[in-house]
Design a protein around this ligand. Structure first.
Ligand SMILES: *Cc1c(COP(=O)(O)O)cnc(C)c1O
Length: 232
């Protein structure tokens, strides 16, 4: 049987991940590959899952709902990576296994409340905005410590790490600077607040995941590199 494009893409991605790990002195099993399925149809997602993908990412709840239903009997974890809408927190907490894009105390409290109602503890990452682009979401670096302190009071949130979207530029040194900064911030939090113990760094997309891995990413979020170009 001819190998599908998605399998070929995945093979290429895995090779590049391995090489980036070697350059960064990392182990490939330290890097979780999240296949971002926005704009991707269930049959295509199935190809990726059949090829060994177990982590799936979506940035719109409405689009994700149907897909999560389709794969409910497969051993996959869904990661919410988009802007969070207050009125959709309940569904998000119910359907998703991870939230990467938490960026306010109000949302943290809403997630905590719904997690409590569902009797679960929700693994979350705080999204930082290190590029100054408002549309990307994320909190400012100055807000981080205060927010973490307040989140510590919320017993159904499990804060695991930080997330960032790299700058949209072809200047590799600018991209690297942002990823390096996120790792430094994580180390700073762990030094100043040892009880928090952040372990995850969600950073790196199709254009910049190799740099992210070299700088310490533990989760990379890839759409186009796996599924090809999408319509939006
Ligand atoms: C779409 C999206 C991705 C994947 O982007 P690609 O360039 O297709 O790899 C990763 N992270 C977030 C937050 C996204 O919205």
């Amino acid at each position: 049987m001819e190998k599908s494009l998605i399998r070929e893409n995945l093979e290429r991605v895995r090779n590049r991940v391995a090489l980036a790990c070697r350059r960064g002195g990392r182990k490939p099993e330290e890097v979780r590959l999240i296949a971002v399925t926005k704009g991707v149809s269930p049959p295509q997602i199935k190809e990726a899952v059949d090829a060994g993908i177990s982590e799936l990412g979506e940035n719109r709840l409405q689009e994700a709902e149907g897909k999560i239903g389709v794969f409910k009997d497969r051993p996959v974890n869904w990661h919410f990576i988009g802007r969070i809408q207050r009125n959709k927190v309940k569904k998000m907490v119910n359907y998703f296994h991870w939230i990467h894009s938490l960026d306010s105390l109000q949302l943290a409290e809403a997630v905590d409340r719904h997690a409590e109602l569902l009797g679960k503890s929700m693994p979350v990452l705080l999204q930082l905005n290190l590029t100054g682009k408002e549309t990307q979401g994320g909190i400012k670096e100055e807000e981080l410590f205060d927010l973490i302190e307040r989140m510590n009071q919320l017993s159904h949130l499990d804060l695991r790490g930080l997330m960032v979207i790299g700058p949209l530029t072809s200047d590799q040194s600018k991209i690297r600077k942002v990823f390096k900064r996120l790792r430094e911030i994580k180390e700073l939090v762990n030094r100043e607040m040892p009880a928090v113990g952040l372990s995850e760094l969600s950073m790196g997309m199709s254009n910049d995941y190799e740099i992210a891995i070299e700088e310490g990413a533990t989760m990379i979020r890839l759409g186009r590199a796996i599924f090809g170009e999408r319509s939006y």
